[in-house]
Unconditional design. Structure first.
Length: 575
């Protein structure tokens, strides 16, 4: 075992930050293409040495201040996201560092959008972190792990869809192995223990013996850990509601909880210790091979039913089996054939009775709820405050607002791996189940967020012999557009397009029993946690008619462009 000197650790951190800066500048093509890997190694070094958080935050804020004063605005958003993720994973930070980062975020509010928008969101987070250290970590774990707090429970889920025709088998197996390995040791009890330990250590710093605290929590039952979890979050909520700076009182309350937990299992008085690493647990990621066109809709309906715990009869909520011999591209319709005319005479067994007069079954006329169309297609439309209620407004292009998910609605984060063809399939699936929801409103009451990670598969020799392979820039036009909109997406997500297939075919390290570091899953979660700038796209529908009246019209849906092979036909001249 060896220990790094503070000067050596600081030099290593500054070298990694400088490499990220050179990659943003494009001075070195290799660094620019591996920017996502550089960011990942920087945060991994923080996990190996929790004491380096102050050095890392200081180096990042120094570069951000230089970028703001030197008018290098393209540094700000990627470095600011890296800084905020460092703060989330940091074991302890001083008040001076919190104040320095908070002052910088307030200063960039004078910059144009989107810099001021991202700065406003970060300043809100830092204001909470200054008052309650570790607040971002608590909020993230509670939301991702669906932990119950004071009778309420969040309902968030990550759905990963892989098209086996576009994504190789090696990539699918690697993602399945990494997601299962990340969730292997994650339980609600361990997540609550992480929140307790992180909250106390982020508040007390080296005055807290985090190792003794973890041992004390491991020796208790799940019910006892949940009681401490509720008590810690009650203190956090109380500190958040107090106006002004109340960190001193918050420290006193956390120290009381810390002494109760440790002294209840050990006779010795807790002593100060070094900072300990508190892992950030991975949420449950549902990996689905996209073989059925209606699979996305079915998963969302099941997620909504599970999260809201609707007490609906199985027959009325049952997903009907769709016929397999339908024409490709045809929109499936859900209908129920009723043989009940509503007349009592037509009921089974009534033929034997002699009824002179026809009588209707007793019923009560009830006016249905007035459902605004903006609620049915809430993800495609938006009502502005200046307009009248119910006016539909199209959303397209860049949005400079950072949306906040509704508290009462569950959130489904849908992640798509692939090129523009996978996104085109997503547009068709989205259009299909929105049409279904229009017939049965408020069935899918959830907040939907879509994420895209481009994956460019290498062309094999057999495929190139049959037909010319498509140009890579043409197959990932949407991700290239997102990269031009958001420099953070360009440097952290677009660089994975060629790296993911290469990492998937690399053999695992044979000398280690535990699975290797899940790089792909870590980058996916980094994208889900810090993808703050929404970009809206229109979903287009086209209906193609034929001159031959015997052919039925064909309807198709696309996102950016539609490629159709139309057979040439000879036109007869009419006389």
């Amino acid at each position: 075992m060896y220990f790094l000197l503070p000067g050596t650790e600081a030099d290593m951190v500054h070298q990694k930050v400088s490499a990220i800066i050179r990659g943003l500048d494009g001075q070195h093509p290799a660094l620019q293409s591996e920017h996502g890997m550089l960011r990942w190694t920087l945060h991994k070094s923080l996990e190996r040495n929790p004491s380096s958080a102050s050095i890392m935050v200081g180096a990042l804020i120094k570069e951000l201040e230089k970028a703001e004063s030197g008018n290098n605005l393209h540094y700000i958003i990627p470095l600011l996201h890296t800084l905020m993720y460092t703060i989330v994973k940091a074991a302890y930070l001083s008040d001076e560092l919190y104040e320095r980062v908070y002052v910088f975020c307030k200063r960039i509010l004078t910059l144009p959008k989107p810099y001021c928008t991202i700065g406003l969101d970060c300043s809100h987070r830092l204001k909470s972190e200054k008052k309650v250290p570790g607040f971002s970590y608590q909020k993230l774990v509670i939301s991702e792990q669906n932990l119950r707090w004071d009778g309420n429970q969040h309902h968030d889920k990550v759905l990963l869809f892989l098209d086996p025709d576009l994504v190789s088998e090696a990539v699918c197996n690697t993602l399945l192995r990494e997601t299962q390995g990340a969730r292997m040791s994650t339980t609600p009890r361990s997540c609550m223990s992480y929140v307790i330990t992180n909250s106390i250590q982020a508040t007390l710093g080296t005055e807290c013996d985090a190792a003794a605290l973890q041992r004390a929590l491991q020796g208790q039952t799940a019910e006892e850990v949940e009681l401490w979890f509720q008590e810690v979050l009650s203190v956090v909520e109380r500190s958040q509601q107090v106006s002004g700076t109340c960190r001193r009182m918050h420290c006193v309350r956390m120290h009381e909880i810390y002494k109760k937990i440790v002294c209840s299992s050990e006779t010795d008085e807790p002593t100060p210790s070094n900072l300990q690493r508190i892992p950030l647990p991975s949420p449950e990621i549902g990996v689905h091979l996209w073989t059925d066109q209606d699979q996305l809709w079915k998963e969302l309906v099941l997620f909504t039913r599970e999260s809201q715990k609707m007490e609906i009869e199985v027959d009325s909520f049952r997903i009907p089996e769709l016929p397999q011999d339908m024409v490709e591209g045809e929109q499936n319709r859900i209908s129920v054939w009723s043989n009940d005319s509503g007349i009592e005479r037509d009921l089974p067994g009534m033929e034997e009775k002699e009824i002179n007069k026809l009588q209707r079954k007793p019923c009560m006329k009830k006016k249905g709820p007035e459902i605004d169309s903006a609620l049915v297609i809430q993800n495609l439309t938006k009502t502005h405050r200046e307009t009248r209620a119910g006016a539909l407004q199209r959303l397209s292009g860049i949005s400079n607002e950072v949306p906040t998910a509704p508290d009462k609605q569950p959130t489904a984060r849908i992640l798509i791996l692939g090129d523009d063809r996978a996104l085109g399939r997503l547009a068709k699936a989205y259009y299909s189940f929105r049409k279904r929801e229009a017939r049965r409103p408020q069935t899918l009451n959830a907040n939907l967020q879509f994420y895209c990670i481009p994956v460019r598969e290498e062309q094999t020799d057999s495929s190139s012999d049959k037909e010319d392979p498509p140009v890579l820039d043409e197959t990932c036009e949407v991700s290239m557009y997102l990269g031009r909109v958001d420099p953070w997406y360009e440097s952290n997500i677009n660089t994975l397009s060629e790296m993911i297939p290469k990492l998937a075919i690399m053999p695992p390290c044979p000398t280690r029993d535990t699975p290797s570091d899940p790089f792909i899953v870590d980058v996916m979660l980094y994208y889900l946690r810090f993808g703050l700038q929404p970009v809206y796209f229109q979903v287009y529908s086209v209906k193609i008619h034929f001159r031959d009246l015997s052919l039925e019209p064909v309807e198709d849906v696309f996102l950016t462009e539609l490629k159709v092979d139309i057979q040439e036909c000879t036109l007869t001249k009419r006389r």
